[in-house]
Design a protein around this ligand. Structure first.
Ligand code: ZN
Length: 463
């Protein structure tokens, strides 16, 4: 096992010049990351990617071009190289892409239009991280695009290089590397407004809302001045962030009350729904309070994952008022096709069409509780199916008496309608096992340090 601090240091020094050039604002975060990993290594150990030293590069596809001799006339002028990094846009043409990267090179543009790799993997593809190296006269020297489309810890790298007057292209596969990011924010209006402000990816905002969903009602109970700190993983290729990984620890202060959470993978833990949120799907674990209580409850508070759509809904139509006026149950805003998930383990007691409900699923749970999921566009379970918490049971739609796509959801406890949030909050929790307690406590200490560092990031950035 390679010491993660050494691995981090090596990567840091190898790419330091590159980083300083392109990411001066992130230096503070990198230094903080190194300090954290140096403090005991638990964070680096908990990362999803392999050690930096294990990264292998494999050629997948190569377009062979005849070798051209260097054009020595070009070398009469000093050749310094300019770097620029950006992201591709779906609307990019070869010309607009190169122009945005500070490259003025008709031959390079012609090559991008003719090369199969560039046409398939670059042009018309949005959101791919791209770096251009240009000569002093703005001609292209090297173009590198990086992206990751799967969850196996790999990324693809398309390299287009100038060889004298010609260009060549090839595609490589390499391993992603996880690094910890620290961030914090304060709620002014919505969670997403705050995470946008703090430049935190949407995937992290969703995880935050899901992690604390048993304690905080993100749809109805956020207050101005609520604040959060978060430590999360970013999966990087060549030091560039390509994917968002898992939230490692977080603190959320809602209405003056602080909640803290930490990801912990117990050696023989049951797979939890929280474990499917992000990152490595094979690693079992879940979120715990720092004093060792699982944050997973017998019931989720929401049958749809938190999203920009659902967060806005509560602001415009207060679900409780709507519930009192219109019907029993809670409506969750979601677009057609959004997965509807069962909030608890149970057995399907009805799956079919009922008048006002349209396509509807009823699920019986332990303790004489039943949940109802209505107006679905598609049913994905049958009568008698056993379902596990978080499992998709259908897709959101607007069937039955629905004016627009949304999920009508009911919790019936002994036949009595209950508020889903209150009901979830009151459901049972599971503590960390005695055998895992020492490892857990070491990690909880690390999390406290990390969260304090994350909170201080905000102070620095607002000064
Ligand atoms: Zn409804």
């Amino acid at each position: 096992m390679i010491n993660p601090f050494i691995a981090s240091s090596q990567v840091f020094s190898n790419t330091a010049a590159h980083w300083l050039k392109q990411h001066p604002k992130r230096i503070a975060a990198i230094v903080a990351t190194l300090m954290l990993t140096g403090g005991g290594g638990a964070f680096a150990v908990a990362t999803l990617g392999p050690d930096a030293a294990d990264i292998t590069v494999r050629n997948v596809l190569e377009t062979v071009q005849p070798l051209a001799l260097p054009d020595y006339n070009q070398n009469l002028t000093p050749q310094y190289v300019l770097y620029r990094t950006d992201a591709t846009r779906a609307s990019d043409t070869a010309d607009t892409l190169l122009k945005r990267l500070g490259v003025d090179d008709a031959e390079a543009a012609a090559y991008l239009r003719s090369d199969a790799n560039a046409r398939q993997m670059l042009l018309g593809r949005g959101g791919r991280q791209i770096t251009a190296e240009a000569l002093a006269d703005q001609r292209l020297s090297k173009l590198t695009a990086r992206w990751s489309t799967d969850t196996d810890g790999q990324f693809q790298r398309l390299v287009i290089e100038r060889n004298g007057q010609d260009f060549s292209s090839h595609i490589e596969t390499a391993s992603l590397r996880a690094s910890s990011q620290l961030a914090s924010g304060t709620i002014q209006s919505t969670l997403f407004a705050a995470t946008d402000e703090a430049k935190i990816p949407d995937a992290v905002a969703v995880q935050l809302a899901e992690i604390f969903s048993g304690d905080i009602d993100f749809r109805r109970a956020l207050r101005k001045g609520d604040r959060f700190s978060v430590v999360y993983e970013t999966l990087e290729g060549d030091g560039e962030p390509l994917r968002t990984g898992r939230v490692l620890s977080a603190e959320f202060v809602n209405a003056g009350k602080a909640f803290q959470a930490m990801w912990f993978g117990e050696p023989a833990a049951e797979p939890s729904s929280a474990g499917k949120l992000a990152g490595d799907p094979g690693k079992k674990g879940g979120y715990y309070t720092l004093d060792g209580q699982s944050m997973r409850r017998a019931f989720l508070s929401s049958p749809v994952e938190f999203s920009r759509v659902s967060s806005g809904f509560a602001m415009r139509f207060h679900p409780i008022l709507k519930q009192m006026r219109a019907h029993l149950g809670t409506d969750f805003a979601a677009t057609t096709g959004t997965p509807a998930r069962t909030v608890g383990d149970g057995v399907v007691s009805f799956a079919g069409v009922q008048n006002g409900y349209g396509n509807v699923v009823f699920i019986k749970h332990r303790g004489n509780t039943e949940t109802v999921y209505a107006h679905l566009s598609k049913l994905m379970v049958r009568l008698g199916d056993k379902v596990n918490q978080g499992q998709t049971i259908g897709l959101v739609g607007a069937t039955g008496w629905a004016t627009g796509p949304h999920l009508h959801f009911e919790v019936r406890d002994h036949g009595v309608q209950r508020d889903p949030m209150t009901f979830a909050q009151q459901s049972e929790t599971i503590p960390v096992s005695t055998s895992a307690k020492p490892a857990f406590e070491r990690m909880a200490q690390q999390s406290k340090i990390a969260l304090a560092a994350a909170a201080s990031m905000q102070i620095t950035s607002t000064q």
